[in-house]
Design a protein around this ligand. Structure first.
Ligand code: PEP
Length: 242
């Protein structure tokens, strides 16, 4: 599974150019999902173009609201995302934990609200550089994974994104990724016995130079790509050759 997270980038023209170029360069395989997560304002345009080109790329949202019982200016509900053709939503991204002050109970509610509408959460977890240094990575990951109820585990994708690697150009070493993915997979098994089927993808400065080595690990079930996903030919190469 290869996921493009555009963050707060793009314009109508850039979306059109990207989808046109990707449709000419990518070879979508049934067994390897490709998920495009543009800014929410471009979801509609994106799905129209994806359908027009019969591209076979799935759509994911960077935003999802769980507070559904009251008027909420700016909210984007799971039902709206389904209406727009979304099948995935990124939840718990470190940038949103930081800048939107997302707390654990909001994250639990978002995961729940997404799954109730058949939207698959791409649940992001990962340690910051301080936690990496002081050796508390495993405790941090366990706490983040403990938010997931066992009956929800089979419905989501876990994205391991060490915060120190996001957007820094400093990807994690393959040995670090392997050790951490092995830990995540083992820990998930203690929450649910369906754990073997749960994809654990890696994100953090993946690019054309490092994707092959990272994806060649059998513990890595996919890649979540931010900055490097903006360039359509590179993104298509990463998808085709991973
Ligand atoms: C991300 O957006 O989650 C991400 C991993 O970004 P980048 O690939 O730019 O580090």
């Amino acid at each position: 599974m290869i996921i493009a997270n555009w963050k707060m980038n793009g314009s109508k023209d850039l979306i059109k150019d990207w989808i046109t170029s990707v449709s000419e360069n990518i070879k979508i395989q049934d067994e390897k999902e490709c998920v495009f997560c543009p800014p929410v304002g471009y979801l509609n345009l994106s799905i129209e173009l994806i359908k027009e080109k019969e591209l076979g790329i799935k759509l994911g949202s960077q935003l999802i609201e769980s507070n559904l019982s009251q008027p909420l200016t700016g909210g984007v509900s799971p039902e709206m995302l389904v209406d727009l053709g979304c099948e995935y939503a990124i939840i718990g991204h470190s940038e949103q934990r930081t800048y939107y002050n997302e707390n654990d109970s909001q994250l639990i509610n978002k995961i729940e609200a997404a799954i109730e509408e058949n939207i698959k959460p791409i649940y992001c977890i990962g340690e910051n550089s301080e936690q990496k240094k002081n050796g508390t990575k495993q405790e941090v990951l366990m706490k983040q994974l403990d938010l997931i109820k066992s009956n929800y585990l089979s419905h989501l994708v876990v994205a391991y994104e060490p915060i120190w690697a996001i957007g820094t150009g400093e990807n994690a070493e393959v040995s670090h990724i392997n050790e951490t993915h092995a830990f995540i997979k083992e820990y998930i098994k203690t929450i649910s016995n369906t754990a073997n089927e749960i994809p654990v993808v890696y994100g953090g400065s993946v690019n054309l130079n490092n994707y092959k080595e990272i994806y060649s690990s059998e513990l890595v079930n996919g890649l979540l790509i931010g900055g490097a996903s903006l360039e359509p030919i590179n993104f298509s190469i990463i998808y085709n050759q991973s």
